[in-house]
Design a protein around this ligand. Structure first.
Ligand code: NAD
Length: 470
């Protein structure tokens, strides 16, 4: 699997879509290419006194809009090809959801489990320092976020280091997103990618014609789902799918998989994994030691939410899911993608489906730049206006609203309400844009190609408006 070049896979999908556009080759090449890659090595002093050389990268794929934006991953397989591919996907993702950023991505090549918290803190702070030295981080140039193996804790270390080095920078907390709330984070960011995955699947499942083609009834309710990876993206995607009425029949982690056609209770599985250090042997479920085989089990919706290159030419003929919802970046290779399309499966592409994270990161960045919590100015005013209106209705009708209904309608929007509403609006309108493009091409293009056409069009116009390619 490691021989599959990820950036090449992304570019194959790009080329397929570019053939439907009329932009000159030079412009398409400029959009495709990765603008800058920074490979850093530095020493880490381990807790036992030994020294280890750490390899890390930051790629800035496109500077057509600034800052560039994209997560930082901690993974033992991180490499230059992977960061460039992921940075490219970020460029297209931001364009698809109308987030005004270029694409970037960073990585540190480590197996996180093998490092203590103190070691992780040292290497995160050192990595940040290296990025600052070369201007590869900053509120207006490059704004990282969490990705595989990183979360709010790492983002807090990054923000704190950046802040310490650039004390006069008024907007320093906007140098990174996905921070804890106390460090300038925004409510709703932690679950944003998974929630967005849910919204995207819901949109596809509400498409009556699409479901008819798959032999499924519309709606998420009653559909069976398998989720690979119970990290930030997979856990929340599974949680929202379950709350939306789907039955989780399979869950896959790196140590194995569990399957129960009657359904698995997500939080009980997570509790079991915490206690036993493994997903396996969950009561009532069939355990599978070979985790990849669980991707091949019968289900309506398969959500790969761990890493790239999971569905390849090797296993694709055995994949039975009707809908493949790409929570992870690049989980389906270009060959496997064609195979799935041939057999009529619906693929909801990564660059659309997991864009909830960058969307809410954009909201966090805006919050940091404006130095005020969303909803702070308007919440009370909105609430008192709503109350006055409801009271006027009560006076005119001589009837009282039940208290719970009164409170529900009177409620003024707080930060979480606004963030979730902005995320939902974004995922719905981006889906509609993709569908509109499909219609313009007589239904002949798949969702991924439509997403790419949309992204290419937006980035190309942005270059042309700069007058670079008249
Ligand atoms: P994470 O580190 O929080 O979780 C990943 C999970 O996958 C872990 O629980 C890990 O144990 C598990 N895993 C690893 N190898 C596996 C295997 N072979 N089979 C099954 N499970 C395995 O990472 P994340 O942030 O959830 O990222 C997952 C994917 O989603 C990545 O492709 C990432 O680029 C993408 N993504 C993340 C975000 C975000 O906001 N975090 C946003 C967009 C896209």
């Amino acid at each position: 699997m490691s021989t599959i070049k990820f950036f090449e896979q992304v570019n194959r999908n790009f080329d397929k879509a570019a053939a439907f556009t009329k932009y000159p080759k030079g412009l398409l090449d400029q959009i495709k290419i990765c603008n800058s890659v920074y490979h850093i090595t530095f020493p880490l002093k381990k807790d036992d006194g030994s020294i280890e050389t750490i390899h890390a990268w930051r790629a800035e794929h496109s500077h057509h809009k600034l800052p560039v934006k994209g997560g930082i991953r901690y993974s033992p397989n991180a490499n230059e090809d992977e960061v460039m591919a992921l940075a490219a996907l970020m460029t297209y993702k931001c364009a698809i959801v109308d987030v005004p950023f270029g694409g970037g991505k960073g990585a540190i090549r480590i197996e996180k489990r093998n490092y203590s918290e103190a070691e992780l803190e040292r290497l995160t702070r050192r990595y940040t320092y290296e990025l600052v030295k070369k201007n590869f981080i900053g509120p207006g140039v490059d704004v990282p976020a969490p990705d595989y193996g990183t979360g709010p804790r790492e983002m807090a270390w990054i923000a704190d280091t950046f802040n310490a080095i650039t004390p006069a920078e008024l907007n320093s907390s906007a140098c990174v997103t996905g921070k804890p709330i106390t460090q300038g984070g925004v409510r709703g960011r932690t679950e944003a990618t998974g929630r967005g995955v849910y919204f995207g699947i819901r949109e596809a499942c509400n498409d009556v014609e699409e479901m008819r083609k798959l032999g499924l009834t519309p709606g998420i309710d009653g559909k069976t789902a398998i989720v690979q990876g119970l990290g930030n993206v997979g856990y929340y995607a599974a949680k929202f799918l379950q709350a939306g009425g789907a039955t989780l029949v399979g869950l896959i982690e790196y140590e194995g998989a569990i399957y129960n056609p009657k359904g698995l209770d997500l939080d009980k599985v997570v509790q079991h994994r915490k206690e036993t250090k493994s997903i396996l042997n969950f009561p009532g479920a069939t355990s599978m030691a070979k985790n990849a085989e669980a991707l091949e089990l019968e289900c309506d919706i398969l959500v790969p939410a761990a890493l790239e290159n999971q569905i390849t030419a090797e296993n694709v003929s055995r994949i039975r899911a009707k809908i493949v919802a790409e929570g992870a970046n690049g989980p389906v290779t270009a060959d496997a993608n064609e195979f799935l399309l041939q057999r009529g499966a619906l693929i909801i592409p990564d660059m659309y489906l997991n864009a909830g994270g960058v969307t809410v990161s954009y909201f966090e960045w805006l919050k940091n730049l404006s130095h005020v919590r969303f909803g702070r100015m308007g919440k009370r005013f909105e609430e008192s206006m709503n109350k006055r209106m409801l009271q006027a209705v009560e006076e005119l009708t001589g009837k009282k609203f039940p208290q719970n209904i009164f409170d529900q309608i009177a409620h003024g929007a707080d930060e979480e309400d606004l963030v979730n509403s902005g995320l939902e609006e974004t995922m719905i309108s981006a889906y509609n844009q993709m569908n509109e493009i499909r219609k313009q091409h007589g239904g002949k293009v798949d969702l991924r190609t439509a997403a790419f056409i949309n992204a290419i069009d937006k980035v190309a116009r942005s270059y042309m408006e700069l007058g670079i390619f008249p």
